[in-house]
Design a protein around this ligand. Structure first.
Ligand code: TRP
Length: 334
């Protein structure tokens, strides 16, 4: 319904890649949870995107379900938001095909993620990997999304989605809402614990470089204790102190304390004490999430009920956009 105070639509999705890191949580998911009160939020587990690299069926299935349960555990609330599994809503793959025909080979060739991933999976540079951004555009455009919260790695894809939308609107008249990036003011950029010049990433072969939200407390402690620091032994933000800056950033994100407050608190203390304190704070933060995850993952009926409910609504909303698109192009309605 069109009401004057209509909330803006936010869309985002995450791939079910098996592990959700502390970086994903502090940098993105925690913000999604907050956005739910002020926006019309639509979230999805992007399983269709995931098959652009080869997946082992059993593990894939478990990863999808785990991702769904973990996001619920983080606070995605199906009473406030739509939260579904991408492949359950058939309009995504359909619109993606259509948009493929309005996306240029040259544009897709320029995507840095495609270049990176095709180098990494040289034995499987499939057409889906190439067309990945047009599926993402379909995800976003189906819901007339006003804003998309994206990290730096997805900015180029969002820019392409905007270009596709504008191009289509230019040919057929106003059809799509052109989405804006949603720049979060609070999102923490969590860096690798082993090489703090790089973003924390679960694809890093050094498992000590990242912490998973579902890591056991002693694993979290161990990884933080091994975190790279510097030789100054002063807990304070500073140049050439990327490791400590990162740990202070994490501490600040989980406790709400400012970097200055943290520096005062740890004045005269060594890095060992500080690392332990950061690990303890992180363990405290993830503890309730882990408990809720256990609860959800062991309650399959509840999960099914949640994802079905959202998929049904998502299908209705997105079908309207797809119908409009098909009609504008000249397809015959059945
Ligand atoms: N490609 C995104 C990622 O890997 C996930 C994604 C799929 C997405 N569809 C989206 C993000 C639509 C934002 C909007 O992080």
């Amino acid at each position: 319904m069109d009401t004057p105070e209509k909330k803006k639509v936010i869309f985002s999705a995450i791939q079910p890649s098996g592990t959700i890191t502390l970086g994903n949580y502090l940098g993105a998911l925690r913000n999604w949870v907050k956005l739910q009160d002020d926006y019309n939020c639509i979230f999805a587990v992007a399983d269709l995107h995931a098959i652009t690299v080869r997946q082992e069926p059993k593990a894939f299935k478990q990863n999808i379900l785990n991702a769904y349960a973990l996001l619920l555990a983080c606070g995605i609330d199906t009473e406030k938001s739509l939260f579904f599994i991408q492949s359950h809503v058939h309009t995504h793959a359909e619109l993606a095909w259509v948009l493929n025909c309005y996306t240029q080979f040259g544009e897709l060739s320029r995507m840095t993620q495609f270049k990176d991933k095709s180098a990494k999976h040289a034995d499987n540079v499939n057409a889906g990997l190439f067309a990945y951004p047009s599926l993402m555009a379909a995800d976003i455009l189906l819901y007339k999304s006003d804003m998309v919260p994206v990290g730096a790695d997805q900015k180029q894809h969002l820019e392409l989605s905007r270009n596709i939308a504008e191009r289509f609107n230019g040919i057929y008249g106003n059809t799509f809402t052109v989405p804006e990036p949603y720049i979060s003011t609070v999102g923490a950029r969590v860096m690798s614990l082993q090489d703090p010049s790089k973003k924390m990433s679960k694809s890093d072969e050094n498992v000590n470089s990242w912490v998973a939200v579902l890591d056991k407390p002693d694993t979290i402690m161990k990884k933080f204790k091994r975190a790279v620091t510097d030789s100054e032994a002063v807990v304070k933000v500073g140049e050439g102190k990327d490791g400590i800056n990162n740990l202070i950033g994490i501490m600040s994100a989980v406790t709400g304390k400012t970097a200055d407050e943290i520096a005062v608190e740890f004045e005269g203390k060594g890095y060992g004490d500080f690392k332990t304190a950061v690990a303890e704070a992180v363990i405290e933060e993830v503890k309730p999430i882990q408990a809720r995850f256990e609860e959800y993952i062991n309650n399959k009926d509840y999960l099914v009920e949640q994802y079905r409910k959202s998929a049904e609504i998502a299908e209705k909303i997105s079908q309207r956009t797809l119908d409009k698109v098909m009609k504008k192009i000249g397809f015959i309605a059945k």
